[in-house]
Design a protein around this ligand. Structure first.
Ligand code: DP6
Length: 342
């Protein structure tokens, strides 16, 4: 029984909820879907600390379903439409929803705001459903929020907990919602993620379109096997503190994700020349200095630079003097603790 079962028996009353929810970066990528918004392979992510969305959502009874959304005070009809369709698909009808939202990272900074934004919304919605059902927050609250977030955007379901999280069928994780990993080596408690924003433009191909292209992809099955192997390797590396092995997974996953785009039936790429220049510089830096600096990529041209906190002082000068000139923006982030109710 999920929170959205028996919606028709509820009578909607006014309510307001407010959450701050973070973005997350996938170490093992979700790329390809099955069924109703389920992942084709298990994925693993780190929740961020600084890149967050704050949302205040008010719910009011109404004759039909109405959604309005303001991002930093300016009306956003396309986002509002996305949320309306989502609520409609869940079975909501007589409800007026007003969302006021803001991000800590600049709009269009090339950081996906869907994971933080849609997880913040799902948390507010979970609050509302708990209120309507007369439930007080219990151990299942976050699992329900993750479930609801997943139906809005897959990667959003991994933002409801801090630290490192897994989603998708495996021995230790589920398809329907995220679970938090507990076995993490202390070296990774403050793992760094510095985002090198190479290009802030809106992507030509959305992640949702990208997932669909895996449906007929010649290499799909091989990719899903690779992701499962990397998932197991990543779990071992996180538990044992093996940064080299973790780094191999990060880069293998980033490059395979973009290789899938380049080799899909209708080929496309989201990489930019400066992305490749930065990658070569990182490889050179590692060869010369033997310092543990690795990269990963989302579905976009921007690099997430991953390194242990203990190497910060040695790695910062390279980022600031060599890599930053390739970027339009640099955001210093690290492992975060998860959403906060406010
Ligand atoms: C490359 O979660 O944005 O960031 O479920 O269609 O909303 P939808 O897709 P989305 O896909 C994220 C893809 C990725 C990898 C990842 O975060 O695991």
């Amino acid at each position: 029984m999920t929170l959205i079962d028996s919606l028709s028996t509820l009578s909607f009353t006014p309510f307001e909820s407010r959450w701050i929810s973070p973005s997350n970066i996938a170490f093992v990528k979700y790329w390809g879907k099955k069924g109703q918004q389920l992942p084709a392979n298990p994925s693993l992510s780190m929740t961020l600390k600084e890149c967050v969305t704050e949302s205040k959502v008010s719910f009011l009874p109404s004759d039909n379903l109405e959604v309005s959304l303001f991002l930093e005070g300016s009306r956003q009809d396309s986002f509002a439409f996305k949320i309306k369709t989502y609520l409609q698909n869940l079975g909501f009808d007589r409800l007026k929803v007003h969302i006021a939202t803001k991000n800590t990272f600049p709009h269009g900074a090339g950081i996906a705001s869907s994971a933080s934004g849609l997880s913040a919304f799902a948390l507010c919605l979970t609050d509302y459903l708990y209120h309507l059902k007369g439930k007080t927050e219990d151990q299942e609250f976050m699992q329900s929020a993750s479930h609801l977030a997943r139906l809005a955007s897959g990667s959003a379901c991994r933002s409801v907990y801090g630290g490192f999280n897994v989603w998708g069928e495996s021995k230790i994780s589920h398809d329907l919602y995220t679970s938090q990993l507990s076995l993490i080596h202390s070296d990774f408690f403050h793992l760094q993620d510095t985002v090198l924003v190479i290009d802030e433009k809106e992507k030509d191909v959305s992640s949702t379109q990208g997932h669909a292209k895996m449906g007929e992809h010649f290499f799909a099955e091989a990719r899903f096997i690779q992701a499962r192997n990397n998932f197991d390797k990543c779990l071992r590396a996180l538990a044992s503190g093996d940064i080299e092995s973790l780094g191999q997974v990060l880069e293998s996953e980033a490059l395979s994700l973009h290789a899938m785009m380049l080799t899909s039936p209708e080929a496309f790429t989201l990489l930019r020349p400066k992305t490749l220049t930065a990658i070569e510089m990182i490889w050179d830096f590692r060869r010369q200095g033997k310092l543990p600096l690795y990269f990963t990529l989302d579905a976009g041209p921007n690099l997430h630079l991953i390194y242990p906190e203990s190497y910060k002082n040695k790695i910062y000068p390279f980022i600031q003097h060599e890599l930053a000139p390739l970027a339009v923006n640099v955001i210093y982030d690290e492992r975060g603790e998860g959403p906060i109710r406010c």
